[in-house]
Write a protein that binds this ligand. Sequence first.
Ligand code: CA
Ligand code: CA
Length: 343
Amino acid sequence: MKRIVICLLCAVLALSLACGTKNGPKTPAAEGTEVPFIPIEPEPDTVDATPIGSDGPGVPEASPLAQESQEPDHETPEPTPEETPAPTATPYTPDLSMLPIEFSIDWNRTEPRLITFDIDFDGEPETISYRTDDENNTTTIFMDDQPLVFTESCILEKIIFIDLDPETPWANMLVTIDWASDDYVTTEVHPENGTLVKGVEREYITLDEDGTLISFERTDLLGTKDGWRHVIGEQLEAKSEWLACDPLTKNDLTVDREWSIELGKLLHATRDIECTIDGAPAVIPTGSYVYMLRFNEARTLVEVQIEGGSTAMLSIGRIPDEWTYLIAGVPQDDCFDNIFYAD
Ligand SMILES: [Ca+2]
Ligand SMILES: [Ca+2]
């Protein structure tokens, strides 16, 4: 009996211990335990509260007193005027009495340039401006807000303001555009009915030192060469007879002679070439060196200088649908060597 009582007591004790382990954290004894509350210290606010322009997170932790004294630092710094460029565009106003005026284009082209100019002589100035669009390869000239667009890969080079014709009640603009790589076209532009319109086109027109217009044209006669001529105002549309080539310099004929031959300035006759000298039939002998003096507008005549001799006139022809020129019926490449071409 005593053994049974002991067993029962052991069983009750074991059961009691088992129940206590199972309910561990939820025991009334645990709930009643006072755990001191330890607040998590906030990280020092070093970013959001840092005023723009302060020394940033590296500054020593501020005391309450210091925080009070920090207050003025929260003010936004005054922006400097340099940080906000003002859109200043001072119009350029050319003096009408100073025409012609050549206006070279700002290659930077970051903002439109403005030119105030009474282009239609009505007493009220118009505003001429331009914009270039490198993405679409266009250039637009504006008269006030009226656009005149030049398309295809083009870079505005310069504008000449000039009064070409005293009979017309407006001044003209000669707009030179580089269509490719140094391939220029100058377009005459003038106002009509409140907008700009395009007139005659020339290969390239610029101003001489004395204000005279010079028109350049390129030819492939005896190689690619520029010919130029003076044009005067209303004669822009007229075709003058001759275009001059740059003459050879003394160096071209002496110091740099071989170089001039290599460049095709001096041409070497590889056969007898029919020509006229002083209007009479003649021949440029094989082996002669010649250089080009001028060619006519119609590309039917070329005057050359025979080195050390006379000037000779060559008669030029063409075979239809072929690009090459003929000299007295013979392809020019069969008449001279070292003829060079450029595109
Ligand atoms: Ca006007
Ligand atoms: Ca005029």
